[in-house]
Design a protein around this ligand. Structure first.
Ligand SMILES: Nc1ncnc2c1ncn2[C@@H]1O[C@H](COP(=O)(O)OP(=O)(O)OP(=O)(O)O)[C@@H](O)[C@H]1O
Ligand SMILES: [Mg+2]
Length: 531
C-alpha cells in the first residue's frame, strides 16, 4: 500500500485509451486510488467557475452527488484550488471539513481524521480536485510525494479525456442536427412535394413509399425535366436515413482528373494543390444518402471505382494507404437508357446491375393525364410568391392551351412557361392587383441544364435567354429535338462570347467541365478557350 504499482498505472493508461464511457472511466480511477491508498472516502470533483461539482465518489453518501460546493464557502476547497501541489491537511486542522456529515456511517461532524486533496491541472488549467479522506488520523503521512504526483497526473488525464470526449460528442450531435435541418430545409424550399393526381403518379408515389423504407440502391430514370431529382429527395426524406445527410453529386460536372478525390477525398499532399486533407462525397454522405445525378455521364474508369466502393462499403482516399468503412445508400439518376448504354459498352454492365436493383421510371408529363392543370396551379402559386404580386391567376383558356401542348421539356418546361408568362402578364397589366396569365407561350425551352430559378432576377434573365423552337422541330423525337436546341444555343453563345468557353458556361448557368462534355457529345468543335 501507499506506493502506486506499475500494474495500476498501466491499467489506468489503458483505460484512458479505451472507449469506456465517462462514468466507468471515473469509477476505475477511484478504484485504483483506493487500491493504492488506504482510505474511507474518495471523491472526484470538476471545477467550473466558483463551483466544484462531484462527478464520482466512493465512501460518501449518495446525496453528495447532488451537492454543488461554492468554493468560497469551504476553506479547505479554497486552499486546494489555489495550490498547484497535493495538500495533506494536518489532523488537527481547524478548517471545517466540507464532508462533515456526508461520510457513510458517520452522520455527525467528522472527528480528528486524515484529509488530503489533489488539485488536477491540464496545461495550467484547473480541471477539478481529487479528495481522499480516512477516519484514521495520520494515515497519509507516509505516502511518498511521488505517488501523489502520479495519481494527480492520471486523474488529470482521465478528467481531460472525459471532457474532450464530451465536447466532441456534443459537437458531433450538433453537426448531425444541423445537417438534418439543412437537408429538410432545402427539401421544403425547393417545393418538396411531388404534385400529381394522375393514376401513373399515384402509382409512382406508392412505389416510392415502399422502396424508401428499404436500403436498396435505386436507379431513377426518365426524360429530362420529369422530376428525377425531386423523386430522389423524396426517397431520402421518406427513408429511415432522413435524419442523415443527403449529398448531391452532379456526375456530369465532375472534372475528369478530380473525380476520384471528389468522391473519395484525399490526404494532405496527395497531389499538387492538395494543401489540406479533404473528405470526399462518400464520407460526407456516411449514414445518409449519396445522390449520383446524371450517372450516365461518368467516364468508365470512374464507374469502376464507384462499383468497388458500393460492393465493399469501403473507400480509399487518394494518397491514403488504408481504407475506410462507409455506410451509404446510393440513389442514382439518369436521362439516358442505361440498359442500352451498358449493352453498347458505354456503361459498365456490372455497375448498372448494382444500381438497378430497384429501377424507378418517372413518367413524362404527357403520360400524366389531368396533371398539367394541377401542376399549373402549383407553379402559379409559387411564381406569385417569387414575384411578390398580390394575386396571380391563370385563365381557363390558358390552361386548356397548356393541356394541348406536348411538353418535350416536361415539368421543368411547364414551370418555366408559367414563370415567363407571369412576368409578361405582370409587365402588361401593371397597376392591377389581380394579374391573369392569359396566353402562355409554350413553344420555347429555357436553360440547357438543371437550373433552379429562385428569384425574380433569374426569371427575367431566362426570358432573355429563351429561344423559340419552330413547329417543324416539335415533330422530331425528344432527344434529337433537345440536342439540336442545345447545339444551336451553345454555338450562338460561343460566337457571342468569341469562343470563350468559360464565359459561355457562365452564360448558360453551367460549369465548364460540364459544358465541354456536352459539347463533345454534340460534336461541337472545341475551340481552345481564351481564359
Ligand atoms: N411532380 C412534381 N411536382 C412538383 N414539382 C415538380 C414535379 N416534378 C418536377 N418538379 C419540378 O420541376 C423541376 C425539374 O425537376 P427535376 O430537376 O427534379 O427534374 P429532372 O428529371 O432531374 O431533370 P433533368 O433530367 O434535366 O436533370 C424542378 O423545379 C422540380 O421541383
Ligand atoms: Mg436532374
Amino acid at each position: 500500500m501507499n506506493q502506486i504499482s506499475p500494474t495500476a498505472i498501466i491499467e489506468l493508461a489503458l483505460d484512458l485509451a479505451s472507449s469506456l464511457n465517462s462514468k466507468d472511466r471515473f469509477d476505475r480511477l477511484l478504484d485504483t486510488v483506493r487500491k493504492t491508498i488506504s482510505c474511507d472516502a474518495v471523491a472526484l470533483l470538476s471545477y467550473h467557475g466558483d463551483i466544484l461539482t462531484p462527478i464520482a465518489l466512493q465512501g460518501l453518501s449518495r446525496d453528495t452527488m447532488g451537492r454543488r460546493f461554492y468554493i468560497a464557502e469551504h476553506p479547505r476547497f479554497s486552499v486546494l484550488c489555489q495550490s498547484k501541489q497535493p495538500i495533506r491537511f494536518p489532523a488537527d486542522s481547524t478548517l471545517p471539513d466540507p464532508y462533515d456529515g456526508l461520510l457513510i456511517d458517520r452522520e455527525d461532524d467528522l472527528p480528528v481524521h486524515s484529509c488530503m486533496g489533489l488539485p488536477l491541472y491540464y496545461e495550467d488549467k484547473l480541471l477539478g480536485l481529487l479528495t481522499i479522506d480516512s477516519l484514521t488520523p495520520h494515515e497519509f503521512e507516509d505516502i511518498p510525494e511521488r505517488t501523489l504526483v502520479v495519481i494527480s497526473a492520471m486523474a488529470s488525464a482521465t478528467l481531460n479525456t472525459a471532457f474532450l470526449i464530451e465536447q466532441l460528442e456534443s459537437r458531433a450531435d450538433h453537426s448531425q442536427k444541423v445537417v438534418a435541418e439543412l437537408t429538410e430545409e432545402a427539401w421544403k424550399r425547393d417545393g418538396g412535394e411531388l404534385i400529381g393526381e394522375s393514376p401513373i403518379m399515384q402509382q409512382l408515389k406508392e412505389e416510392l413509399i415502399i422502396v424508401a423504407n428499404s436500403d436498396f440502391n435505386i436507379l431513377i430514370y426518365g426524360e429530362t425535366g420529369v422530376g428525377k431529382e425531386l423523386v430522389a429527395r423524396t426517397l431520402h426524406q421518406k427513408s429511415p436515413r432522413q435524419h442523415g445527410p443527403m449529398v448531391y453529386v452532379n456526375c456530369a460536372a465532375l472534372p475528369e482528373n478530380l473525380i476520384e478525390s471528389e468522391l473519395f477525398g484525399h490526404v494532405k499532399g496527395a497531389f499538387t494543390g492538395a494543401d489540406n486533407a479533404r473528405a470526399g462525397k462518400f464520407s460526407l454522405a456516411n449514414g445518409g444518402t449519396l445522390f449520383l445525378d446524371e450517372i450516365g455521364e461518368l467516364p468508365l474508369a470512374a464507374q469502376s471505382k464507384i462499383l468497388r466502393a458500393i460492393q465493399s462499403n469501403e473507400i480509399q482516399p487518394v494518397g491514403q494507404d488504408s481504407v475506410e468503412q462507409v455506410n451509404v445508400r446510393i440513389i442514382a439518376a439518369t436521362n439516358r437508357d442505361l440498359k442500352e448504354e451498358a449493352e453498347d459498352g458505354r456503361f459498365r454492365a456490372d455497375l448498372y446491375h448494382r444500381l438497378s436493383v430497384y429501377p424507378i421510371r418517372v413518367p413524362t408529363l404527357k403520360e400524366r393525364l389531368g396533371d398539367v392543370q394541377i401542376l399549373s396551379g402549383y407553379f402559379v402559386e409559387q411564381t406569385k410568391r417569387k414575384l411578390g404580386v398580390v394575386q396571380l391567376k391563370i385563365t381557363a383558356e390558358a390552361v386548356s392551351h397548356l393541356e394541348q401542348y406536348n411538353w418535350p421539356g416536361n415539368v421543368r418546361e411547364l414551370e418555366h412557361v408559367i414563370s415567363r408568362a407571369a412576368l409578361k402578364a405582370r409587365a402588361r397589366q401593371q397597376g392591377k392587383t389581380i394579374i391573369a396569365i392569359e396566353k402562355p407561350d409554350c413553344g420555347s425551352l429555357v436553360n440547357l441544364q438543371v437550373n433552379e430559378q429562385n428569384d425574380q432576377q433569374t426569371l427575367e434573365q431566362s426570358v432573355d435567354k429563351s429561344v423559340d423552337i419552330t413547329a417543324e422541330a416539335a415533330l422530331l423525337n425528344l432527344r434529337d429535338e433537345t440536342e439540336q436546341f442545345q447545339r444551336q444555343l451553345i454555338r450562338n453563345i460561343l460566337t457571342q462570347e468569341q469562343g470563350n468557353w468559360a464565359a459561355t458556361a457562365r452564360r448558360l448557368s453551367t460549369d465548364r467541365a460540364n459544358l465541354n462534355r456536352i459539347a463533345k457529345r454534340l460534336d461541337i468543335k472545341v475551340i481552345k478557350s481564351i481564359i
